[in-house]
Design a protein around this ligand. Sequence first.
Ligand code: SOE
Length: 370
Amino acid sequence: MTTDVTDTGVGMIRSGFLGGGFMAQVHSRAARAAGAAMAAVASSSPQRAERAAQQLGIGRAVGSVEELLAGDSDIVHICTPNATHASLALQVIAAGKHVICEKPLATTLVDARALADAAAERGVVAAVPFVYRYHPMVREARARIAAGEIGSLLTVDCGYLQDWMLLPTDDDWRATSASGGPSRAFADIGSHLCDLLEFVTGDRIVRLTARTRRVFDERGGHPVANEDAVAILVELASGAIGTLLISQMAAGRKNALTLELHGADASIRFDQERPEELWVGGREENRHLFRDPSTAHEGVARFSRVPVGHAQGYQDAFNGFVADAYAAVAGEQPDGLPTFADGVRAAQLTEAVLLAAREERWIDVGALDT
Ligand code: SOE
């Protein structure tokens, strides 16, 4: 079982929050589930901090990040717009506090790498919520692939489809490059897809080419410069090839992250909208597996909080991620915790996708190392 870390050896872990939106709600629920004390919340203004404190049930609202960092938080959750992540995370690390920073870690590869280097130098835990790693059936798929159950990987057919930006009236801070960064659909959800593909298979995307599409050049009366959709061809280190389709304008798809992996002996498919299940395809028969801690592969049962048949979901996965981050603060080394190094990988892939689309050519991802 993941240990709910409520004591870092110097008393209960105390969590601070930057931002008060949807993700701050998810983070604070997960922090509570891990037994943390809510230290304080800061936002883009004192008024917004007060409102966030009420909405998140945090007793103390502070007027600035400096005031939060002067306080007694052991770890700070950064849940603010993308373009603020790099500067805020650097301040948190400089204050010697552990940090969980929402993805994308930064809007450039150079900034992401500087953050990972700063965290390593300061010796703090620095995690990025690639939380889909924490669905138990994702870990089951990973364990089965690692055990050789599907054989050598041949092809991948993956996607991440949503529809919350389908209408020209749909708008969001992510659609503005100034706050969202140069990439939207890929940086926001394609990063999850690539992280999960590499995490589950143990393989690496070594070359890619991509086409981006922006349907509306204007939303909410402001110009839009980043993409609504990305179509990607990938080559993996194993020699596997495949396609990734990422869109925030796929009508009817709400949070449809799918991995379908075809091996020489079997296939495996995970659908985030049906996270309790795995499809295992075979030449002779296909099987549907359901999450069951009593039959899970070794090391997978710890992600189940309730028995078979009692469905777990997104917040449970997030709770598992935060519990592991807190376990790392307590000195443990939980398997599969996504760190700032994974945030750097996502930034590297984002730059490769934007470069491939801009120059209409194949990109050697590793060559983008700075
Ligand atoms: C919006 O695309 C969003 O909330 C992402 O920002 C999250 O990372 C993803 O998990 C769900 O969709």
